[in-house]
Design a protein around this ligand. Structure first.
Ligand SMILES: [Zn+2]
Length: 123
């Protein structure tokens, strides 16, 4: 039933671990930026507004990275549980081309686009 063989799965695992490492480094840099002194010690309201915008962009980046980190962790967990490569929503196999493009993908293309359009509606 599982079409991925052991070596393919371990290649994905290595890739996920590298991706995770990279994301964590990026997130760490963003966390550090968030406490930059010039952003913390603003007194002028215009400066403050600018700093708030900076922070908001940063928070968005952080949130996105955080989400990707969670996806990587979830994918690594699925590897351990022998469920890697199957859509978390419908249980079908995820397209191999999709996994190669983004190994942390937890959904097949069909479920992902349904998920994204549902997400857009609520925002
Ligand atoms: Zn699916």
């Amino acid at each position: 039933m599982v079409s991925l063989n052991f070596s393919e799965i371990s290649a994905f695992k290595t890739e996920l671990e590298n991706l995770l490492e990279q994301l964590r480094t990026e997130a760490k840099g963003e966390y550090a930026q968030q406490t930059r002194p010039q952003e913390v010690h603003v007194h002028d309201s215009g400066e403050e507004a600018e700093a708030v915008v900076d922070l908001m962009i940063n928070v968005e980046n952080l949130a996105r990275h955080d989400e990707e980190i969670q996806e990587c962790l979830a994918a690594l967990k699925r590897i351990d549980e022998g469920e890697f490569g199957f859509c978390v929503d419908c249980g079908d196999e995820i397209e191999l081309s999709r996994l190669r493009a983004y190994p942390a993908a937890g959904r097949c293309i069909r479920c992902q686009s349904a998920f994204e359009s549902a997400d857009k509606k609520t925002v």
